[in-house]
Design a protein around this ligand. Sequence first.
Ligand code: ZN
Length: 505
Amino acid sequence: MNEEKVWKELEERLSSYQAIETALTLLEWDSATLAPKKADQKTARMVGILSEMSFQALINDDVRKLKDKLAKKGTELSKIQRAVLRELERQYAKLEGIPPEEYRAFSELKATANRIWSDAKEAGSFDAFAPALEKIVEYQKKFADYRRKANPGKSRYDILLSDYEPEFDCEKLDEFFGLIKQELVPFIHQIIPKARMVDKTYNGHIFDVEKQKRFCEFLAEYTGFDRDRGVFSESAHPFTTNLHNEDVRITNHFQRNQLESAIFSVIHETGHAVYELQIADDLTQTLVGVGASMAMHESQSRFYENIMGRSREFWKPIYGKLQETFPEALSEVSLDAFIKGINRPEFSMIRTEADELTYPLHILVRYEIEKELMDGSLSVCQIPEVWNKKYKEYLGGEPKDDAEGALQDVHWSGGEFGYFPSYALGSAIAAQLYETIRQEIPFTMYLEEGNIEKIKKYLGEHIHRYGAVKGTNQLLKEVTGEEFSPRYYIEYLKRKYTKLYDSKQ
Ligand code: ZN
């Protein structure tokens, strides 16, 4: 059989796998948005069955033979073909050692754990979530151990981290967080007392939820969301998902006494959505038709949310519209006061509502806890105590209950250990990209003109269209001329926050 035929056959197999994955994505989206509360148990059983089918569509002797045949061809293959094979190898390394029935049981468990977590969070009781979380942790440890057989030098947590960002392990992350502790923590302690003078009482007003929704839809479209290729919905925890590059979905959540949360969540999710919308047609619905890594993905959403969305230039053309929508809260608040308000750093308890400056400390807490959970030095029942201790140490206070503490994030209920560092890395990558972008295009002018399209186009051409064909460091090297370097992040934050809260002008 010649390689073209072999490739066609592999492509067909992978399409079947994609089809099942698409159905699973849709079910997951449905559970988080529209499905009734009682649907969970029975739907979870179907999710378990579909997950096992998806597993077997990918991991089987036929696909393995086709993959191995093509791997020998090396340079005769196109760039995309080689990238698909590389991704397929990664999936094999991840899944091959797991017995399919264990994979199915774990998928079923995850599909029910989300509701257990959200009920526990509502009740503020970690104990109500702990038994499910214990099972999830045990599965993840076991699965990581299967994979360690081929990578004896790696820790369990290294293995899990590689699912979200293959180019960063604990050693690199320890270095990254070490720099944050050394450089940012003293700066934060110096700037917070100064920023305390800034008033943001506007945030305590009542904001009509319907008006918030309309304004957030405007913001999404203003920043590049395409309604013909995407939909909005609501969920407990905002997220983005997609079936392919012509069906990208974002959710948001709304609180009557909080405006900032919905606004910055929608800008963040639009950053993810725009990435997915701009992935090239010949990649979408293949194994490389996704972002380069979760850290790269978060770099785009954090770029949207913070570097663009919390800048004065971004709000200049549209702040009037926000004031008109919420005149009681904002008509007396100047643009400058609003910008100082939305950036004001403070020691707070909730990650998703944290300012840009203290944000990496929230990630540091989770990183340290996950590492210890996976190496076995910390047990699930100890999490709240350790969580509260670390918050006191890094963020100056303890949460009032578990809902505000260890139960605040959805990730662990989905078994996503190793995801959190992507947020902090993403923020750092965004700052590095920004350093180049502001020299290459008239970034400030585009924002002031409301011309986000031009910025979106730049990101599309340099990053998004490649999907996962190129890795994080390769993309960074091509755009900025060097591999990952966190110093841009530290410099960016110090520059921005000094200008906002510690300058004499
Ligand atoms: Zn995100």
